[in-house]
Write a protein that binds this ligand. Structure first.
Ligand code: SF4
Length: 708
């Protein structure tokens, strides 16, 4: 028998690796059912251990197999009626903003598209936010401020072609392993290539670093303010580029001069030596082909947007953008955080990379959708949304494919909110998560091996996820469930989609609708895509406008940006420290992150025995000096207390963290592992522009636990 193999995409991180997935029943255990796709430009056949273990996660004993209302199995039509009548009721009584979607970077672009269309065009609320808010919202706002659009300039090849790679707030070795492998291989091929890691922690990524700047938590922007000043002193400004393609250079430089006036003040602010800062500065001035690669350590901050713009300012000043091996490059955490951004899946977006503030956008989208109830202003971002639920302003929330009871900051507040909410709908493929436990209505969703649609990775590359297995029980695709609710609400024609291909085609048509070359995200080439073409879609980077089917490898090569005058904008930045400085009562700084072999709240990777071997328990990393003072040894049980809550974790005494700082991974949950939920310790502090929580910084106290 010839084995059936689908070319699909890994559902974990934002690298978006191509995967060959073969029906397990057809390979009889002789051939691994999952392998890297050699033809996929993200990974060229590589997979990390999470990707290679995908087959171990697809036959869970904990699948949600039937719709449930208040704990009882019901038919889909009963569940849809329950949801629709409650939405209609609260919208009639309290207005459209009494309803909200809380979505996920795990769902497909087609799922996102119909959710966004239903909420913003037909119910009339922009309360559509997503767990991607926790991952890349600051990067989005940083790009929009600088470029006039949410556009990632670079591609993965640039990481291999650059001569200097500055990795800021990223432990790619564990969080984006295949990109790390590509970088490490490039460095081996090209010994002159330098890698600098800017991170308070000594992570596995430092293994390939020529320099590690272990800065004080949250002080990244000062490093880039100094590099901006240094670019002037070193004579490496690209004056023509600044004059012809940008605005605001002088103001940004003045601000940098004022806020970090010299090397001494920069080193002092960042808690590193002057010599270390100068090594980076000299490499920066000597190396035109520089990429700055940044991720959650930059974004998850109360000043995350400014950090992004401090980075972008340096690249604009030196013209290191739109060129091979050069540019600022944010990396998303989730497999489809980018796809959600494309369709407007954030509360401050409208659709197709247009915002409510984009002149004419509301009218354009309304006409395209023929929408009867257009939302007219931004909705509630994730943290604000759950606060509005607790305040009784939002009365129905539909949570899709995410676990906010574990992943949002201040999870005690999230619990209070969901307890108070009149109707909590949760779509998930798993029956038991910390969030499904809070649901009034549970909808069984298809999982990775069954889903069919598209995702977009961190380099703007749209790839297909292709389902191979039949949906178990009554499980349905998320887009289908949303369309059924929409039809029951009376919006039959606008949600008459029969396939993900039809949704993708409409999404593409909207991206190009009345576009006069002014929209970055234009995939109009696909606006009349048919079923066969969709089935055979090969990975391609947007924009893909009509007449350019090959897509766009690198952005801004012509020096034209998406601002009204086509010029990029420098943004004046004043580096700030995190909001909650330690005090005598709360003397330690908690940093949170990931371990190598787990994904988010372990709802899938927790099923693979191989993956739990690497790190089988949650832990807190504590510097030996602090451990000594507190009488803590390796494996001592430690109580971490913050003003928000507490957690019990085993100590791992380690020099990877600096004295006064501790680190814990985020994955373990109450429901899954009867473990403390670390987000419980994190306050709901957000960047004022992006709404992204400061998940990398909470003040806490520690004590060894002798009695529990
Ligand atoms: Fe999946 Fe990311 Fe690993 Fe690639 S690097 S296999 S996308 S988890």
């Amino acid at each position: 028998m010839t084995a059936t193999t689908s070319k699909t995409t890994c559902p974990y991180c934002g690298v978006g690796c191509g995967v060959n997935f073969t029906l397990p029943s057809q390979v009889g255990g002789a051939v691994p059912p999952v392998s890297g796709d050699n033809s996929h430009p993200a990974n060229f056949g590589r997979l990390c251990v999470k990707g290679s273990s995908l087959a171990q996660t697809i036959q869970s004993n904990d699948r949600l197999l039937s719709p449930m209302v208040e704990g009882h199995a019901v038919s889909w039509s009963e569940a849809i009626d329950t949801i629709s009548s409650k939405i209609a009721d609260v919208v009639k009584t309290h207005g459209p903003d009494a309803f909200a979607f809380y979505l996920s970077g795990q769902i497909l672009t087609e799922d996102y598209y119909v959710a966004n269309k239903l909420a913003k065009g037909f119910i009339g609320t922009a309360n559509v936010d997503t767990n991607s808010r926790l991952c890349m919202a600051s990067a989005v706002v940083g790009y929009k401020r600088a470029f006039g659009s949410d556009t990632v300039p670079c591609n993965y090849e640039d990481l291999e072609l650059c001569d200097l790679l500055i990795m800021v707030g990223s432990n790619a070795a564990w969080t984006h392993p295949v990109l790390y492998q590509r970088i490490a291989a490039a460095k081996q091929r090209r010994p002159n290539m330098k890698v600098v890691v800017v991170d308070p922690r000594k992570t596995a990524t430092c293994d390939i670093a020529d320099l590690h700047l272990a800065i004080n938590p949250g002080t990244d922007a000062a490093i880039f303010s100094f590099l901006l000043q240094h670019s002037v002193q070193a004579g490496i400004l690209d004056s023509d580029f600044i004059a012809d393609h940008t605005n605001g250079f002088k103001e940004a430089l003045n601000q940098a001069n004022e806020s970090t006036p010299n090397l001494i003040s920069t080193a002092d602010f960042c808690g590193v030596s002057e010599q270390e800062v100068m090594i980076l500065a000299n490499w920066w001035s000597d190396t035109a082909k520089t990429v700055t690669f940044y991720s959650q350590g930059v974004n998850q901050s109360s000043s995350g947007v400014d950090k992004c713009n401090a980075i972008i300012n340096c690249h604009l000043a030196t013209g290191r953008i739109g060129k091979e091996g050069a540019g600022p490059f944010s990396i998303t955490g989730q497999p489809n955080a980018m796809g959600g951004r494309e369709v407007g899946g954030l509360a401050n977006q409208l659709a197709a990379h247009m915002d409510f503030a984009t002149p004419g956008a509301q009218d354009l989208v309304q006409r395209f959708w023929q929408a009867p109830n257009m939302a007219t202003e931004n909705g509630l971002k994730a943290v604000d949304l759950f606060q509005a639920i607790e305040e009784g302003k939002v009365k129905v929330v539909w949570i899709m494919s995410t676990n906010p009871m574990v992943s949002l900051p201040d999870t005690a507040q999230v619990r209070r909110a969901l307890e108070k909410c009149e109707l909590v709908i949760v779509s998930d493929c798993k029956a038991h998560t910390d969030t499904t436990a809070m649901a009034d209505v549970l909808l069984p969703a298809t999982g990775w091996s069954e889903k069919d649609g598209t995702v977009t990775n961190s380099e703007r590359r749209i790839s297909r996820q292709r389902g191979l297995l039949p949906a178990p029980g009554e499980a349905k695709h998320d887009w289908w469930a949303i369309c059924e609710v929409a039809k029951t609400l009376g919006f039959r024609d606008a949600f008459a989609f029969r396939t993900p291909c039809e949704i993708f085609a409409e999404h593409a048509a909207l991206s190009a609708f009345e576009n006069n070359g002014k929209r970055d995200f234009d995939i109009g080439h696909f606006s009349s895509i048919n079923k066969d073409e969709y089935e055979n879609l090969v990975p391609v980077q947007w924009p893909v406008p009509k007449g350019r089917p090959e897509g766009t490898k690198r952005m801004f090569e012509d020096g034209r940006f998406f601002t009204p005058d086509s010029r990029a904008r420098f943004i004046p930045v004043t580096p700030k420290k995190p909001v909650n400085a330690p005090t005598s009562e709360w003397p330690f700084v908690l940093n949170t992150g990931r371990v190598r072999d787990q994904w988010h709240t372990m709802t899938r990777t927790g099923d693979a025995a191989l993956l739990t071997k690497h790190t089988d328990q949650p832990y807190v990393e504590i510097h030996p000096k602090d451990a000594n003072q507190l009488g803590i040894e390796d494996k001592t049980l430690v109580r971490l207390t913050s003003p928000q809550g507490e957690a019990l974790l085993k100590a791992k005494v380690s020099r990877a963290v600096s004295p006064g700082n501790v680190f814990t991974p985020i994955h373990w949950t109450q429901q899954f592992a009867n473990a403390s939920v670390v987000s419980n310790l994190i306050p709901s502090l957000v960047d004022p522009l992006s709404g992204q929580p400061e998940s990398k910084h909470a003040r806490i106290k520690l004590e060894a636990v002798t009695n529990i």
